[in-house]
Ligand binder design. Structure first.
Ligand code: UDP
Length: 536
């Protein structure tokens, strides 16, 4: 591997001098460890101690300078999975003087992104925890580009889909196990440590049962910018002109569909569409992404292959099949994905409700859902149970037993489930452009007329938001709240024009506060303008 770092020699003297004179420097974003990404100059890694090293000199700095709080519990998360105690980052400290007694450092001259992959053998984890976060961490910091070096510190070997990680850089990613071949003390000239969590939408159930993240910050637009980048790198052209077709994403090792031929025939006949089967074994990612990106429907057993729905075109339908006794509402990574704002996918879950249509494997190893290691009464309880109760990740034997069943899919019940969603209005092939919100209304004014000591009226007018003149908007309305000063209630109005005269409940010699905001197309709410104060 060392020829990978051949440029090292060129600047060796200067790099060593910078390290000895300036030591390590760190500046981070984020106020708490789960939100932090840090940028370092001269961050080192001792491959003997297997620890990162921060060299203190007179020129060193660390922001945040947390003192011992950086161990409570850590400086930051190295993977995008929040606050997982196997994924924490920290460093040990040494004075630069200690370098005199250490082996000569080897420098990594590329700007490096140092991080942990969470589970590089599982496709959902690869896309959701690693690839999307890598892409957007690189977008966040401009010196991370296609010439940067990815450094994977979690300690796994390449994993099953390493080619996907290679598209983010022209340079070979470094694995933790390779670092010791490079030297005893490796120093990264410029590096970032940590990953953005901005794009993740699912939590896997480490502290509460799995489900959508509490505060999802990503929309379909960002997912699709990522898929476009990836497809371009994989040389997969989108096949948009061919006729409609259905893709069945099949598993070959476990969680099988036992009547796949019947399923394919049934779908093809019912929807009058060509139906093709894909598997991770037989197709390259270039072919998989191309085929999925042209499909009208993707049908698959629950499982990580369904993360590939990110490649579906807008308007397509995701059909997720669940084995017997597995409640689709409790396992929603792909439903959550399909329903992200702007993802514009339809989603339907189908569940096997017939015991005679399931094939379970009690004798397999526990990881593959076997239950023979449990005591007899527990085995009996699990066999009789009709639904896996909610549980934490990751080794619940009842969950594994049920999710690794094979299923004979009841075609009529599946087709009626699909029909039920397909008959709903579909945004299919309608290109929803990116969403644009109104600005504030401007120039608001009020004029009061007092009729007598009991009656008054208040005329309010305003101008359209500044950005409206550049937009084509189907419908523009205004929401106006009128509040008597000092009262804690208000009356809301939805108005089609830029003026209105309030008559009801308007009293003379009173101060009113008027709040106005613009609404595009019924649901795009703009901000309220500064409050307008009116005296009658
Ligand atoms: N896998 C596969 N075919 C199979 C079973 C699994 O390609 O028949 C892949 C799967 O997509 C995932 C990895 O093997 O990337 C691990 O599968 P597992 O069942 O552990 O995870 P799940 O798919 O349930 O998330």
């Amino acid at each position: 591997q060392s020829q990978e770092l051949s440029q090292v020699k060129i600047d060796y003297h200067a790099a060593l001098q910078a390290l000895v004179e300036d030591g390590t420097k760190m500046v981070c974003t984020g106020r708490i460890h789960t939100e932090r990404i840090c940028r370092f100059e001269s961050l080192c890694f001792s491959t003997e101690a297997e620890e990162f090293v921060f060299f203190h000199s007179n020129a060193s700095f660390l922001l945040p300078n947390l003192g011992s709080r950086r161990f409570q519990p850590a400086l930051l998360d190295m993977s995008s999975v929040e606050d997982h105690n196997t994924q924490y980052f920290n460093f040990v400290e040494l004075p630069v003087g200690a370098l005199k007694f250490m082996q000569k450092p080897v420098f990594v001259p590329d700007v490096s992104l140092i991080m942990n992959r969470f589970n590089p053998d599982n496709l959902m984890h690869i896309f959701h925890d690693d690839l999307l976060p890598i892409y957007y961490t690189m977008q966040q910091f401009p010196d991370l580009d296609l010439n940067s070096r990815l450094v994977f510190m979690e300690g796994w070997s390449e994993g099953s889909h390493f080619e996907l990680y290679k598209v983010f850089s022209s340079k070979q990613p470094l694995l933790r196990e390779q670092l010791k071949n490079l030297g005893k003390l490796l120093c990264f000239t410029k590096s970032y440590v940590g990953l953005s969590k901005m794009t993740t939408w699912y939590q896997y159930g480490f502290i509460q049962p799995q489900g959508p993240k509490a505060n999802i910050l990503v929309s379909g637009n960002e997912i699709r910018q990522f898929t476009q980048f990836l497809m371009q790198k994989l040389d997969a052209s989108v096949d948009s002109n061919s006729e409609d077709y259905i893709v069945v994403f099949s598993r070959t090792i476990n969680r099988l569909i036992l009547n796949e031929a019947e399923l394919i025939l049934g779908l093809a006949q019912e929807f009058q569409m060509k139906t093709i089967t894909i598997t991770l074994d037989d197709y390259s990612f270039s072919d998989l992404t191309r085929l999925i990106s042209g499909a009208s429907m993707l049908v698959s057993m629950h499982g990580s292959q369904l993360v590939m729905s990110i490649f579906l075109p807008r308007g397509a339908l995701v059909v997720e099949l669940f084995p017997y006794a597995v409640n689709p509402e409790h396992y929603t990574p792909y439903k959550t994905l399909a329903n992200l704002p702007g993802m514009d996918l339809q989603y339907v879950a189908w569940k096997n409700t017939k015991l005679e249509n399931t094939v379970a494997f009690p004798d397999r190893s526990w990881e593959q859902g076997g239950i023979k290691h449990l005591d007899k009464t527990e085995q009996e309880r699990i066999r009789k149970s009709t639904e896996v109760p909610r549980h934490l990740c990751c080794r619940n034997p009842e969950w594994l037993f049920r999710i690794y069943q094979d299923t004979h899919v009841d075609i009529p019940s599946l087709i009626s489930a699909i029909r039920a969603v397909r008959s709903k209005p579909l945004v299919r092939k309608v290109k929803s452009s990116s969403v644009i919100y109104p600005g504030k209304v401007r120039g608001s004014e009020c004029q009061a007329t007092v009729h007598n000591t009991h009656k008054a009226k208040l005329s309010v007018s305003w101008q359209v938001p500044w950005n409206l003149k550049y937009l084509k908007v189907r419908e523009v309305k205004y929401e106006v709240w009128i509040q008597e000063q000092g009262e804690n209630t208000y009356m809301p109005y939805i108005l089609p024009h830029q003026n209105y005269t309030f008559i009801e409940n308007v009293k003379p010699f009173t101060t009113y506060l008027i709040w106005i905001r613009c609404i595009f197309n019924k649901n795009l709410l703009g901000p309220f303008a500064n409050v307008l104060v009116c005296n009658t």
